[in-house]
Design a protein around this ligand. Structure first.
Ligand code: ADP
Ligand code: ZN
Length: 508
């Protein structure tokens, strides 16, 4: 590592992964982008004799790596659609001579006739698979050619396989493992923790006011506010400006000129607040973004992690705030249901959204809940809203039973407004017209405010006790898990239902 790459020490995870690869194990490693996955196969490739085949869909990256390795006197080459015929001829020759240490291959080249035999003859010891999530149909980036990797490995005498990706939750890891490996691989997840980011989630009451208060408590800091729509971006930017905040808008509907000027201004400024859709941030290199606010629920846990990750890249403390409501969750679910994806994909995306919702209502340390989603485990972090101010959990059985019996007694056909009205004994026209003021449940929840009941329902939803049909109109159902709680067969612990209150935004 020191001689060839000039690095002094491993980054988290690299040492363990390299040791496992050198021990001959098949490996599946998940590490965020930019953490140094390449080193994990390059070092074993250089230490051991034989040829390492690297499969990567990123042709530009492949060429950079080949050039960098050659500059250090290492025999490396690539085969992709970008090669000239001479390049290709030369690479095949080196392969035949057995002098190559690393061969980078674009996935479409996996179909080249005779590849497995040639590789077998040139002493293939390992296949390293970059962007391994491309093998999974569930991923956002499925590449059918990746399914050939397994066939190639079988035809080339079953070399060791080491696969790397930056995005894979537990289900995706299982899928990748089944498609890529002959048996279960050793799995590693590391480097996801961003300890300098303070994590916080609040129930959405008035998204704009909550956002404004949060920003006003952080004068002179640059930050990003993620909004749900183009219109919301414009609206937020305008209203913030009216309050004296240096704000701008960024979304795909702006002409490219305006957009790039807005982005340049943000990068140069140390106090600008960008109100943006999620399109913003990808290519933006600004290490001193001090906060990220989500005024709208992200698409998934992965998306949330990516988006908050744009704050505090300089390693200095940075703040995040996610505002969420059941209405946002329902909207996201409808978007998934109405998308073009097939059924298994939709089920997957719905589960991923469910994980985010469970995170929003997590009973203890948010970072534990975030990282456990990615497969990483940590101690309670001391840098999230729940560590700052741990809620004393209560036995929630009675509250849960009241809420769910309101759902059951009204035939699982009503939305929150109605259910909470029944619980609190409010005689609306709709409630009396249906005779719901005659139910034994009517008024059994008088002691709690509407906001407090909202909090109970959110927590029940996050715990998987109640649910909404995707093609419904806002009605709530009781799940199998919910029935266990309703009939007193399973306990449930809840955070004490919260009264509407000003968010504690002035955290120092
Ligand atoms: P990934 O594939 O995970 O996105 P790369 O393998 O391209 O990341 O590495 C990202 C950057 O980190 C590269 O510039 C690489 O040289 C650098 N890097 C990797 N490992 C180390 C290390 N142990 N110390 C310092 N820099 C490293
Ligand atoms: Zn914590």
């Amino acid at each position: 590592m020191r001689e060839v790459f000039g690095f002094r020490e491993f980054r988290p995870g690299q040492g363990e992964i390299i040791a496992s690869v050198l021990a001959g194990e098949d490996v599946l490693a998940v590490m965020p982008t930019g953490r140094g996955k390449s080193l994990c196969y390059q070092i074993p490739a250089l230490i051991r004799p034989g040829l390492t085949l690297v499969i990567s869909p990123l042709i530009a990256l492949m060429r950079d790596q080949v050039l960098a390795l050659r500059a250090n006197g290492i025999e490396a080459a690539s085969l992709s659609s970008a090669d000239s015929p001479q390049d290709r001829e030369e690479t095949w020759q080196k392969l035949e001579q057995g002098t190559l240490r690393l061969l980078y291959l674009a996935p479409e080249r996996l179909a080249v006739p005779g590849l497995a035999e040639k590789l077998g003859r040139s002493g293939l010891t390992m296949i390293a698979v970059d962007e391994a999530h491309c093998v999974s149909q569930w991923g956002h980036d499925f590449r059918p050619e990746y399914l050939r990797i397994r066939e190639l490995a079988d035809a080339a005498g079953r070399p060791q396989i080491a696969a790397f990706t930056a995005t894979a939750d537990a289900a995706a890891r299982r899928d990748i493992a089944a498609r890529l490996f002959a048996g279960p691989p050793s799995e590693f997840v590391s480097g996801f923790d961003r300890p300098n980011l303070h994590l916080a989630v609040a129930a959405k009451q008035s998204a704009f006011n909550q956002t404004r208060d949060f920003i006003k408590a952080r004068p002179g800091q640059a930050g990003i506010v993620y909004c749900a729509s183009r219109k919301a971006c414009e609206d937020y930017a305008q209203r913030l400006k009216a309050e004296g905040v240096d704000a701008g808008a960024y979304h795909a509907g702006l002409d490219p000129d305006t957009r790039s000027r807005s982005q340049d201004r943000f990068v140069a400024s140390d106090s600008m607040v960008m109100c943006a859709t999620v399109a913003f941030g990808m290519g933006v290199d600004k290490p001193d973004v001090r906060f990220v606010v989500h005024a709208a629920l992200p698409k998934s846990m992965e998306a949330y992690y990516q988006e908050i990750g744009r704050a505090g890249r300089d390693g200095e403390p940075a703040d995040t705030l996610l505002l969420w409501s059941l209405g946002d969750a329902a909207l996201r679910r409808r978007q998934i249901a109405e998308s073009e994806s097939d059924e298994s994909r939709k089920a997957m995306e719905t589960r991923r959204l469910g994980a985010l919702i469970a995170y929003c209502e997590a009973p203890s340390c948010r970072r534990q809940s975030l990282l456990s989603y990615f497969g990483d485990t940590i101690e309670p972090c001391g840098n999230c809203d729940l560590c700052d101010d741990p809620p004393a959990l209560i036995d929630g059985s009675v509250l849960a039973q009241k809420a769910m019996s309101a759902i059951a007694r009204t035939g699982q056909r009503f939305g929150l407004e109605h259910l909470i009205g029944v619980l609190r004994g409010v005689k609306t026209d709709k409630i009396t017209a249906r005779g719901h003021d005659q139910l034994p449940t009517f008024g059994i929840g008088e002691d709690l405010s509407k906001d407090q009941w909202m909090s109970v329902f959110r927590q029940l939803f996050a715990a998987g006790a109640i649910d909404q049909p995707i093609d419904g109109y806002g009605e709530w159902l009781i799940t199998e898990r919910g029935k266990e709680i309703l009939f007193g067969r399973a306990p449930i612990r809840l955070r004490p239902p919260q009264e509407r209150r000003a968010e504690k935004v002035a955290r120092m």
